[in-house]
Design a protein around this ligand. Structure first.
Ligand code: 5GP
Ligand code: ZN
Length: 111
């Protein structure tokens, strides 16, 4: 999808600091972080949202959580973090390419 920000990042048509890349995913820093550590786990396949996942995506979605767990470990926030899929405009979704927010790094009193 040429008008999709995340597809453009995945295809290297837009610049981004890619922290991790494998056959199925990229991980980037959110450009407007709302947590001390705010990363986005993004599948390379363009899927609009959780409303658009199908049975064929079961393994991909499972792998997304495993990558989130590994990334939390790598960025030393495994002690506590939040994972979120904003879904639909009323759910706060701004970019219609599935992504999992990984947020953490707060002190005890900040969360
Ligand atoms: P959503 O609101 O769709 O769940 O989340 C989209 C997220 O992507 C937002 O937190 C926003 O700050 C982030 N974002 C928007 N454009 C870009 C971009 O070009 N690069 C990166 N790394 N993050 C972006
Ligand atoms: Zn896309």
């Amino acid at each position: 999808m040429s008008d999709c920000i995340f597809c453009n990042i995945i295809n290297k048509n837009s610049p981004a600091d890619i922290l991790h890349e494998d056959d199925d995913f990229i991980v980037v820093k959110d450009i407007k972080p709302t947590a001390p550590v705010h990363l986005l786990i993004i599948p390379k396949e363009h899927i609009d949202s959780i409303n658009h996942i199908e049975k064929k995506h079961r393994e991909l979605i499972g792998d997304m959580f495993l990558l989130a767990k590994k990334t939390a470990h790598d960025y030393e926030i495994s002690e506590g973090y939040k994972l979120a899929f904003n879904t639909g405009r009323k759910g706060g979704q701004l970019i219609d390419h599935l992504h999992l927010h990984l947020m953490g790094g707060w002190n005890e009193e900040q969360k």
